[in-house]
Design a protein around this ligand. Structure first.
Ligand SMILES: Cc1cc2nc3c(=O)[nH]c(=O)nc-3n(C[C@H](O)[C@H](O)[C@H](O)COP(=O)(O)OP(=O)(O)OC[C@H]3O[C@@H](n4cnc5c(N)ncnc54)[C@H](O)[C@@H]3O)c2cc1C
Ligand code: SF4
Ligand code: SF4
Length: 433
């Protein structure tokens, strides 16, 4: 007698990348997605693979799949306990006296002990001794971070903010710079919207897609301190880059960034969030911040820097830790907040710029400038009070990780173990998009 081997490509969410924004849960038409205080998970018994949740997810963490035996998917309870996704393994079909029959209790995909590839499993065989080739950041906040509020406002019940200001940050319209990055202030009036530096919000742009569905929310990092863009006011700021058609000739994108960049003072904006419970700053006053960013990735760094500046004032917390910033842009005219950054006291923050398109100058990227400052970075890496934040375009991650690894190894701090220590202690954070 032989039993049919039924394999399920199980839909899973990567807990290391997910920012717990709730978009997928609200999008799923059959309520297959749920969450607890730790993770967002997909119930294999309910998911019908409609794929409605895939494109709205701002991080791509929703787009993960593992082959498992249909009779033994990862349960919701099990997924709640994960700190990372299990590796894709092969599905064991233990030999029995009944030739090709399947064991009643074969293991699930994952452990390297699995032996026989499942039908249609094109990643089978990579499971044994699989190496994590991507350096991931922490899935927990710094121990001293303030406790964040998340998901207070949802797609079904958003909060209405009022645009209190919209200023162009990158050279003015006649300055010959195409890149349009805006500093946008949103005010929440009398409604509660508590945030921390490093969190983000999402904006629901008005209108519909060509298919007649509401546009999905887009995520934006908060660029101000927890006590308001203007201290004591119930407002926050964003740093938004106007997205323009790519050279592929697209014509139907840039929905939310163009909407935000065109806001006038007094316009109303539908907001959800706040989101993010890990990319948060430490609160102990002697903690050091090593901040590395490009373009609008400067938004959370601005919020953290401003909060530290406010706490540094006599009688306001006496923060003494070091701040070191590496900030990359094409030219200084395209670097948001260039002027204000230049005017910060040198004994408060150590600012290092990298410009990749300054006429007549060699192309310089953040990792090049970091290399030049390797002695100081190595000293910061040695200090258990140092917290690292990387934010900006996806493409920057690899170069930054490489240079951190080189500096660590060359200063006698083996990167493999240092990375693990930083990650486990909530001291290494990435937010790239
Ligand atoms: C955690 C997180 C934080 C983020 N923080 C920020 C932030 O602080 N600041 C920020 O600016 N962004 C931030 N983003 C990115 C932001 O969420 C949006 O993805 C971005 O603003 C683009 O959204 P959009 O609606 O304008 O573009 P979409 O409508 O989503 O279009 C995307 C693509 O369509 C193409 N396109 C096609 N036609 C056109 C057209 N006519 N005009 C323009 N583009 C076109 C473009 O190539 C574009 O890349 C963040 C993302 C994440 C995940
Ligand atoms: S694929 Fe469809 S059914 Fe499955 S979780 Fe996503 S939205 Fe829900
Ligand atoms: S980032 Fe948001 S949409 Fe994506 S999986 Fe996580 S909660 Fe869902």
């Amino acid at each position: 007698m032989s039993t049919q081997l039924e394999v399920l490509k199980q839909h899973l969410i990567d807990p290391e990348v997910c920012i717990r924004c709730n978009t997928c849960e609200e999008t799923c038409p059959v309520d297959a997605i749920t969450h607890d205080s730790a993770n967002y998970v997909v119930n294999a018994d309910i998911c019908n693979f409609c794929m409605a949740c895939i494109s709205p997810c701002p991080t791509g963490s929703i787009d993960n799949w593992r082959n498992v035996l249909k009779s033994q998917p990862y349960s919701v309870e099990e997924q709640y306990t994960w700190g990372e996704l299990p590796a894709q393994g092969t599905i064991a079909v233990p030999a029995t006296s009944e030739s090709d029959s399947v064991s009643a209790t074969p293991p699930k995909a994952g452990p390297a002990s699995m032996t026989q590839p499942a039908p249609g499993d094109d990643t089978a065989g990579e499971a044994s001794g699989i190496e994590v080739d991507v350096v991931r950041g922490s899935t927990m906040p710094p121990w001293s971070a303030a406790r964040p509020y998340v998901n207070l406002y949802t797609h079904k019940a958003p909060i209405t903010a009022t645009c209190a200001g919209n200023y162009r940050l990158t050279a003015n319209e006649t300055g010959g710079i195409d890149t349009d990055v805006r500093h946008i202030v949103l005010d929440f009036g009398q409604l509660p919207f508590p945030v921390l530096e490093g969190q983000s919000i999402a904006v629901l742009p008005p209108g519909e897609t060509a298919a007649g569905r509401a546009h999905h929310a887009r995520q934006y990092s908060i660029a101000s301190a927890r006590d308001g863009e203007r201290r004591g006011y119930n407002n926050l700021s964003l740093t938004v880059k106007r997205v323009t058609p790519s050279d592929k000739g697209d014509t139907d994108g840039g929905i939310c960034s163009n909407y935000l960049c065109d806001l006038k003072k007094g316009d109303q904006v539908q907001v959800i969030g706040p989101f993010g419970a890990t990319f948060l700053m430490p609160n102990h006053p002697n903690s050091h911040l090593l901040m590395i960013c490009t373009g609008t990735g400067s938004a959370p760094m601005r919020g953290m820097t401003e909060y530290r500046r406010r706490r540094r004032a006599p009688g306001k917390g006496g923060a003494t830790g070091k701040l070191m910033l590496f900030f990359g842009a094409r030219t200084k005219e395209e670097l948001p907040y260039f002027g204000p950054l230049m005017s910060l006291p040198k004994d408060f923050i150590d600012v290092n710029f990298a410009f990749s398109r300054t006429p007549g100058q060699p192309r310089t990227y953040v990792q090049d400038v970091m290399k030049k400052r390797s002695t100081d970075i190595a000293a910061m890496l040695k200090d258990d009070n140092t917290y690292i934040y990387v934010c900006g375009l996806k493409g920057m991650e690899e170069g930054v990780i490489q240079v951190l690894a080189d500096i660590a190894n060359e200063s006698g701090q083996p990167w493999e173990s240092l990375w693990k220590k930083l990650k486990d202690a909530g001291r290494l954070h990435f937010e790239t998009y």
